[in-house]
Design a protein around this ligand. Structure first.
Ligand SMILES: *[C@@H]1O[C@H](CO)[C@@H](O)[C@H](O)[C@H]1NC(C)=O
Ligand SMILES: *[C@@H]1O[C@H](CO)[C@@H](O)[C@H](O)[C@H]1NC(C)=O
Length: 399
C-alpha cells in the first residue's frame, strides 16, 4: 500500500529537467583490497586536486566525480576527501560505522530535490526586484533580534528534515516580517504529523507541500523535546547524527514511527490549538538561480532548500562542502540563511537539523554557483500572514 502511494508521489513530483553530471551508480562498495589498489592508482591520475588558492568555479563545473570514489566509504573515504582538496575537512565518526544502510539514510526524507515543473509555475517575484546584493549576507547578523535564525534544531531519528527546514524558515520569516515583535517557534511535530499532502511523515515528505499546508491549515507553536514549551513540542529527544561527540546518545538505528496528528495542545498550555496557529499568506518556489535565491533571502529571510546527500557529507567537519565521493544516500531538506566568499570561493550558509554537534556548530557551508548537489534547484518559501496578529499583544509566551 505504502509502496504504491510512494510511487504515485514520485510520479507526481518528478522533475525531468533535473540532471547532474556527477552521476552515481548504486554499486556495492569496493572491498578493502580494491580500495587499496584504487588509492595507489590514483597517484598517477590526472584528476586535478581542488585547492583553496587556485580554485576556479568554471573549472570545477567541468569536473566529474571519479566513479571509483563513489564506492569509497569509512576511513578510506575520509582520507580520500582530505587528501584531494582543502576546501573542507572530513572526519570519521566511529559510532556510525556499524549502522545499517537503512538507518543511515532513513534520515534524509526528500525524494526529489529539484522543484517540479508545476512548482516552478509559482515562483517568487522577488527575483524581479532591483537589489544591489552585498558580497556577504548572513540572516543571523542582518536580523539580530530574531533568535530563531541562530538556533539549530534536531530532527532526531525521524526523516522529518522536510518539516524542520520549513518550520525553521517560517519562524524566522514571522519574526522578520513583524520586525522582531513576534518570536514564535513553529512546531515541527504539528506539520510532520498533520500534513497528509506532505508525504510520509518520518519516512519523508515534500517541502513545497509543507509551505502550502501552512497557508491552508496553519501551524501551531512548539519547542524542542527538552524545553517542552508551546502547543506541540517535538516528541523525540536530541541524538548524535554522524558526530563523534557524546553529549547525546547516538541516533537510534530504527526510525520512530510518525507521531499521531493530535489537534490539541499539550496539558497546561494556555491557548486552544486553533487559536495558536500561524498562517502563511503565500507559498512558492524560488527560481533556480543564484541571484534569485539571494534576492529572496535578502528580502524575506531564510528559505528551505533540498539537495542530494552523498556519504561524504555525513563526514563533513567544516569548510566549504564540495562533493568528492561516497554513494548517493538520498534527498535532504535544510534551511539556507545567507552567503559569502572565502578566499574568492563563493558559498551558501545553511542550517542543518542534526543539532549543534554536527558540522560548524550545526551549520554548514556549501559551494555556491554550480548547483552543487542540486542545492540551487529546489528552493521554496512563502510569506507569513501577520496582519491579523496584534503586535502589541504582551503575550510573551508566544512560542
Ligand atoms: C572519536 O572518538 C573516539 C572516542 O572518544 C576517539 O577514540 C576517536 O579518535 C575519535 N575519532 C576521531 C576521528 O576523532
Ligand atoms: C532547546 O531549545 C532551546 C531554545 O531554542 C535551546 O536553548 C536548547 O539548547 C535546546 N535544547 C537542546 C537539547 O537542543
Amino acid at each position: 500500500m505504502r509502496q504504491y502511494l510512494l510511487c504515485l508521489l514520485l510520479a507526481l513530483t518528478i522533475a525531468p529537467a533535473f540532471t547532474r553530471t556527477r552521476h552515481f551508480a548504486k554499486d556495492s562498495y569496493l572491498s578493502s583490497d580494491e580500495v587499496q589498489s584504487f588509492e595507489t592508482d590514483d597517484d598517477d591520475d590526472v584528476t586535478p586536486t581542488l585547492s583553496r588558492d587556485t580554485f576556479v568555479l568554471d573549472d570545477y563545473r567541468k569536473l566529474t566525480t571519479d566513479p571509483a570514489a563513489e564506492r569509497l566509504r569509512g576511513q578510506a573515504l575520509v582520507d580520500y576527501v582530505n587528501a584531494r582538496q582543502d576546501l573542507w575537512t572530513a572526519r570519521l565518526s566511529d559510532k556510525f560505522e556499524s549502522y545499517s544502510e537503512g538507518a543511515k539514510w532513513g534520515l534524509m526524507g526528500v525524494n526529489n530535490v529539484a522543484n517540479s515543473i508545476k512548482a516552478r509555475k509559482h515562483e517568487s517575484a522577488t527575483r524581479f526586484l532591483d537589489i544591489n546584493l552585498p558580497k556577504n549576507f548572513d540572516s543571523r547578523t542582518n536580523w539580530p533580534q530574531c533568535d530563531s535564525i541562530k538556533q539549530i534544531r534536531d530532527q532526531s531519528s525521524c526523516g522529518s528534515c522536510w518539516a524542520f527546514g520549513a518550520v525553521e524558515a517560517m519562524s524566522d520569516r514571522i519574526c522578520i516580517a513583524s520586525e522582531g515583535k513576534i518570536q514564535a517557534t513553529l512546531s515541527a511535530d504539528d506539520l510532520l504529523s498533520c500534513c497528509r499532502a506532505c508525504g510520509f511523515g518520518c519516512d519523508g515528505g515534500e517541502p513545497l507541500a509543507a509551505w502550502r499546508y501552512w497557508v491552508k491549515d496553519g501551524i501551531v507553536t512548539g519547542s524542542n523535546y527538552t524545553l517542552k514549551q508551546g502547543c506541540k513540542p517535538y516528541p523525540f529527544p536530541n541524538c548524535e547524527h554522524h558526530s563523534n561527540k557524546t553529549h547525546f546518545p547516538a541516533c537510534k538505528h530504527d526510525l520512530y514511527p510518525t507521531p499521531k496528528c493530535e489537534k490539541t495542545c499539550q496539558d497546561g498550555y494556555t491557548k486552544e490549538y486553533k487559536s495558536d496557529k500561524f498562517y502563511g499568506k503565500t507559498a512558492y518556489s524560488v527560481h533556480p538561480s543564484v541571484e534569485a535565491i539571494q534576492k529572496e533571502v535578502y528580502t524575506h529571510g531564510p528559505v528551505e532548500v533540498a539537495f542530494e546527500v552523498y556519504e561524504d557529507f555525513l563526514n563533513y567537519d567544516g569548510g566549504i562542502y564540495v562533493h568528492q565521493g561516497g554513494k548517493l544516500g538520498g534527498g535532504h531538506a535544510v534551511k539556507l540563511i545567507g552567503w559569502g566568499e572565502d578566499a574568492g570561493i563563493p558559498y551558501w550558509i545553511v542550517a542543518n537539523s542534526w543539532n549543534t554537534d554536527w558540522g560548524e556548530d550545526g551549520f554548514f557551508r556549501i559551494l555556491r554557483g554550480v548547483d552543487e548537489c542540486g542545492i540551487e534547484s529546489g528552493v521554496v518559501g512563502g510569506v507569513p500572514k501577520i496582519d491579523s496578529y496584534n503586535f502589541d499583544n504582551d503575550d510573551d509566551d508566544l512560542f
